[in-house]
Every structure is written in structure tokens, then in C-alpha cells.
Design a protein around this ligand. Sequence first.
Ligand code: WT7
Length: 650
Amino acid sequence: MSKDLDVLLKEERVFKPSKEFLEESNIAKWMKKHEIEDYESLLERTRKDPEWFWDEMAHDLEWFEDYDKILDWKPPHARWFLDGKFNIVYNALDRHIKNGRKNKLAYIWEGENGEVRKFTYFELYREVNRLSNALKKMGIEKGDRVSIYLPMIPELPIAMLACARIGAVHSVVFSGFSAKAFQDRSYDAQSKVAITVDGFHRRGKETKLKENLDTVLESIPSIEKVLVVKNTGSDLDLQEGRDFYWDDVLKDESPECTCEEMDSEDPLFILYTSGTTGKPKGVLHTHGGYAVGSSTTLKFVFDIKEEDIWWCAADIGWITGHSYIVYAPLLLGTTSMMFEVTPDYPDPGIFWKIIEKYGISIFYTAPTTIRMFMKFGELWPQKYDLSTLRILGSVGEPINPEAWMWYYQFIGNQECPVMDTWWQTETGMHIITPLPISNLKPGSAGKPFPTIEAEIKDDAGNVLLEEGGHLTIKTPWPAMFRTLYKEPERFVDAYWSKYPGIYLSGDVAHVDKEGYYWIQGREDDVLNVAGHRIGTAEVESALVSHNAVVESAVVGKPDPLKGEEISAFVILKQSFTADDELKNKLRSHVRSEIGPIASPSYINFVDDLPKTRSGKIMRRVIKAKVKGEDVGDTSTLANPESVDGLDKAI
Ligand code: WT7
């Protein structure tokens, strides 16, 4: 970035925490115990002594052998809870079996066809043990990799836990990815076993996952055995000696299996994340630090209590699901909702129906989903009783103030704080996030979690206040990724070399006078208009704040005079007509919201925007179209047909 980023968006609304949260939340009680007066003192105290904080959190979990040292920090390498003997699965399952949660529900699962399956902690424990025993018989040993290619069915968390229990490293590949994506990731990880499914339904249509997998299995010679969950009951050709049905293999296995004693720093999983360029990065997380970081953030940010029913509506194929559907909720002994369904099938009321049916109390989703719900209107949530909700959450992209307000008003009935949590696959846990005791500003992710120090920097490394720049993290945190699998140099180059010893997130953001962080987008997407550097999120947010607009994406179109001109792609609400008059209105709306410099030169109305499977807009694809270039690799696109729509609009 040649020059700092302009800050255009001004959002003045502030929402204060309720008395109840100030007194009764987990974080409030913890503060009382330590005689910490308020939020600011909490941040100050924990930043002064982060090890004191994490040491206490780590001792909420059970160690086979206590650690000798809390942290060893030789940037960029951190080791947490050194020489501690630990297993995340022992803490997620066995501990509860002994301590009174044996018959508490761990998961309530509902499938697309309305089928319901429920697992108590004891039932989950027994299934996991059976699979652990089976994996051992298949030759899986501590440190071996297992690739998991499963949709959102209970066998997915069971498979992850069964691996971790015996010290194997799981690599989950999102079930919406192609077999080729599975091949690349499993080849890289040299996995010995693959766990998959005959098929699964999405919007009523079956995807035959095992059949797809068969097209690539020969190209992954490391895979010796394939375990297949019978889900849809489709006919399959199983290859003798290699492929086995899950039920056949598990039925004779013992429901008891010793839990492997791992070192705190032993690898737990690899999760491949595809950046904007290059081959996917194998982000590696460990047993000890990841367990402590993910469970602590869930406990304090979402205030999980014994009687809560928690619903994180992500897919387990992403880090959000790894951390906040599988590990952290189980570590806390929570009851979680697990749902197979897409938010608008069979109709856009399905999520609210689920909340009413199970009495969900805490709900966590992505801005792209919230904006989709806005498009369908508030009549849908209004049909259902959402009064059990007490906290809402958002993750994955900047949530524009408009969507924040809609969520707060129509889903939370102005009573539920919205936790806009900023974090990444690499961070493993929430990094910048409000707490139930902090003030909220719609569109801001709040401040760094206790103990963490972040900074906004310009290219030269100067710290910026009230100016946009690179979002960096200065201090280590327990759930940080330890390396990129088999690419230690890339780990250093990509994240730790621009500012030695300081973590570069790849996002641009600014911090306001009161220390609140406002994410402005990915640094690769920054617009450069007549010498002004503008984050995409601000222009998009200004567009969405117009009553006619549901969603938008902006990119730069090269211009010989200005450097770049802003080209906006806009999805309208159904009742509005796409015409030139509306284009002009939108331009003047942006002008008055954030200034003339950010007013888009081009406005293109579209029905759909190209998105990744996790709901992030792929501006790279739009940019290529605007420049008339080849769009490149689109294998991670959820909706390839949207690309034709772009062509028509330009
Ligand atoms: C990127 C990380 C971490 C869970 C899901 C995505 C964007 C994430 C927010 C937020 C603004 C956000 C960032 C980040 N992001 N949360 N609350 N506000 N942007 O994990 O796929 O690793 O993506 O998602 O750009 O760098 P991921």
C-alpha cells in the first residue's frame, strides 16, 4: 500500500450493554472474582499480564500432566503450555462423562428432510471410541493424516474427534468442494485414510460424493482405506479391500478406547484455506493452545451457560465450524444445534422455524446470510417466536451497519447484543470482538479480545490512528496457527516478514478515537481513486444503506487519469426497477454518505454476485471481468453461473 487508506464511513450509533450482562455474564463474574471494575480495566489488566489470564483459562481444562511453562515466544514461533500432556478430545468428551454432563445433549441435528438425530455426551463418546478403534485397525497411528470429506451430518464431528482421540491429524475438505480439491489437499497431506459418504441432499438434489471421489482416488496413492457413511442409500461400487461401510466397520468395535496422551503442541488438524492466489495453505493447529483459545472465547464472547442452546450456522468444513461447532462447544459441555439445511430451503423462514422449535438462545451466522434474509423481508422472522434468543453473532465479512441494524431489530428484537467477531482460519479463535459487557457500534468488530494487542500500520510500519492501514497483531495468542503444513518458509513470508515478528492479517482496517476497529476489506481489494485509497467495505456499505439495495460489490476499473474508477455491482430489492434514474440516485447517495471521491462511475445491476462457498464475494473474478481479462481459477466459486450475469451487466 503506497499511502494510507482513507476513512470515509462515519457511524455514530452506540449501543450500551444491559444491566443483566454487566452483572450476570460469564465475563462479568470473572471480573468480579478478580476485582476488575470495567471493560477498559479488563483490557488493561490482561494486556499487562496475558500469561496470568491464559494460565487460569488453561486450568479450566484437564491436563494429564500439567505444563511447565505457559508460553515460549520466539517470533514468529509460539509454543503454549510447554510439556503439558493433554488431549482436546478427553476434554471435549471424557471429562463430561465423569463430571455430570454424561446424559446432557451434545448435538441436536436436523437434516434437510426433517429427520432429527440427537446425541448425548455419552452417546457421542461411544461413537467416537468405536471409530477410533476402527481407525487403529485400519493402520492409523499417532501423527498420521486422515482426510474427511463429509457434509453436515453427525458423522463429521465424530470423525474429527475419533482422529484427534488417537493422535491422528484430520484434514476436513468442505463437501461442496470438487473431488479435485479433495485430491490436491489429500495428496499434499499424504493422508492414509479417507472418510466420506455415499451422497447427501442439498435443496432436494443429491450429490454423490463417493462416486465423485472415485474419479480421483487412484491419484492419491497414500490413501489405503476409504470409510463410507451410508446416508442416502445410493448404490455404490465398493472396491474390495479398500472401501468399507462405516456401519459394517463400527458395529463390532468396542465403545471404549484409550485416549492418546498428546503433547500440548502436537498437531490437531490441518485446514486448507485458499487465499486469493496460489495453492491452498495448510493451516496447522495444535491440541493445547487451540483448545484453550477456542473455548475461552466462546465462553466469554457468546457467554455460554449450562442451559443455553447454541447454534453456529456455519459449515464444519470451515474454521468457524471447527472451532465453534465442534471443539469449543464440546469443551464447554454445551448443547449445540447442527443443521444440514441452506437458509432459504424450503423457504426463507427455515432458520427462524428452527430457532423457535428448539428454543435456540445464541445464534451465529454470516453477513451474507443476514443480507439474504433482508432481501426476503422481516415478515419471515415475524412468523416465528424468536424470544428465546439472547445473543447474536456475525462472522466472515464486514457487516455493514444496515445489516447489523436489521439483525438487531428483527432477529434480536433490540434485546440481543450483536457480536461482530473478526478472526481467521489462521487465528483459530476470535481476535477482535465485542464482549457482552462492552459497547457496540454497528459495523465495528469492537476491540481486541483480552490480552491481545492489535495495531494498524502503514507500509513503513508506523502506527496509525483514525487512518486506514494494515491490520496487524502484536502479541501471541494460544490458538494461533503454528505453521503452514510442509511450507514453513511460506508461513514466515506471507504473515511475518512485512513487519518482522508481527502478524500481518491481510485485511485493511482503521481504529477510531475510542479504540474500536473497523474492518475495511482485504488489502488485495483496496481501490485507488485519484490518489485516494479506499477500502471496498465502505463503498459497499454506503450502497447497501440505500433502501433499494440488498448487496453490492465494488472493484477498481483502470482509468488513465484517475488510476482507478469505481465500478459497482448491485443487487436490488425485488420491488425496485433497474434503470438510469436509480443509478443516479445511488451515485448521489454514496456521495452524500461517504463523499464524492467514492461515488461509483459505473453501476451494474446484477441478480447475483460471485461468492466463495463460505459466502465471501470474489472481487478478483469481478475485477477480471471489468478489465476484460480471463477470470482464472473459479473452482472455489459457489455460483459459477453468476459470472455470465456479470458479462451481461457490464
Ligand atoms: C477473513 C478470514 C474466521 C471465520 C470465518 C472466515 C474476513 C472474518 C470478519 C468480521 C470483517 C471479517 C476477513 C478475514 N472476516 N470475520 N467480523 N468483519 N471481516 O475465515 O475464511 O479464514 O477468512 O474473513 O477478511 O481476514 P477465513
